[in-house]
Design a protein around this ligand. Structure first.
Ligand code: RET
Length: 305
């Protein structure tokens, strides 16, 4: 996903440049936050639908190019073996995640949250060596899974329980609540350090992201951070890596994966609309399982020669 159609550029600190002005980005963020307020106000199924649409429409495209990243820009005909191995490992990781979730849902959810923390910490401060910006990496990694516990502990525990067991869900939500004050300190330190370096945009991004995660209920807060920060940044980096300078070309290159995803989620949408919705727990587990190879398998191929 990206909020702009202009070509990406890579800044000296390794992050892709935003072609929207900082004020433009702020306006988009405020617009999304207002839409989130509207969704909360409407109540019922609307906040869930808002989070789902934001995560899928704006979030999906950054993972849709995993196979292209694994091929490192080469046409698949030049490296069919590499593509086959990648797809095999990708599907094996999905299957292993689903199997673990079946036998030990609490362990699977805890591992998924830990892996996601690492993923956000490594990717959301792009390209700088991993040991730079350590407080910021910890803050960005831990924010999405801990801050909702401060003001929405009960909802978070319910969501975690739906994905595991009531005991494991409650224990994970308590762990998140224990870590949250420390994460808030890290957020303040990270935003302040960026501000002192006159890097106002990342400072605002961290601070506003933390506010969204504190104020909104967990799913809406997560969608508001995941889509415009993680997904947007990663899509722009992929565009730069693959030499696809505009969003239209990038989306065309990912068309087969996006088409498959559209079919899958369109079918799920129809099931929901027809009142034959699959239980949310298994649906979330399926989505989580799809992100595991994105976090574990793609980096192996995308970084190797
Ligand atoms: C399970 C769960 C949560 C965490 C979701 C995470 C951590 C998703 C990670 C996605 C990734 C890493 C995508 C990669 O592209 C919330 C929203 C805190 C609360 C509701 C239940």
């Amino acid at each position: 996903m990206t909020l702009t159609l202009a070509s990406p550029s890579v800044r000296p600190d390794g992050r892709t440049g935003a072609s929207l002005s900082p004020l433009g980005r702020l306006a988009v963020a405020l617009g999304l936050a207002l839409a989130g307020v509207g969704a909360e106000w409407a109540g019922g199924f609307v906040p869930f639908a808002f989070a789902a649409v934001l995560i899928l429409v704006l979030g999906l495209p950054h993972g849709a190019s995993d196979h292209l990243a694994a091929l490192r820009g080469r046409p698949w005909r030049e490296a069919p073996g590499r593509l086959a191995l990648f797809l095999f490992l990708y599907l094996a990781a999905v299957a292993a995640t689903l199997a673990l979730w079946r036998v030990a849902p609490g362990v699977a959810l805890a591992a998924f949250l830990a892996l996601s923390t690492l993923h956000f910490a490594l990717d959301d401060v792009a390209a700088a060596p991993w040991h730079q910006y350590v407080p910021e990496r910890l803050a960005r990694g831990l924010m999405p899974v801990t801050l909702p516990a401060l003001l929405h502990g009960e909802t978070l525990a319910q969501l975690f329980s739906a994905l595991s067991t009531p005991e494991d869900g409650a224990a994970l939500a308590r762990t998140a609540a224990l870590l949250a004050p420390l994460v808030l300190v890290l957020v303040l330190a990270a935003a302040l350090l960026r501000w002192l370096r006159h890097e106002r945009e990342p400072a605002a991004e961290i601070a506003l992201g933390a506010v969204a995660l504190l104020v909104f209920p967990p799913l809406v807060g997560f969608a508001l951070v995941f889509a415009p920060i993680h997904s947007r940044g990663q899509t722009r980096e992929r565009m730069a890596e693959l030499g696809l300078p505009d969003l239209g070309r990038y989306l065309r290159a990912c068309a087969p994966t996006l088409f498959g995803a559209a079919l899958l989620f369109g079918a799920l949408g129809l099931l929901f609309a027809g009142g034959r919705a699959p239980a949310l727990g298994p649906l979330f587990v399926g989505l989580a399982a799809l992100t595991v190879p994105h976090m574990l398998v793609t980096p192996l191929f995308a970084r190797a020669p």
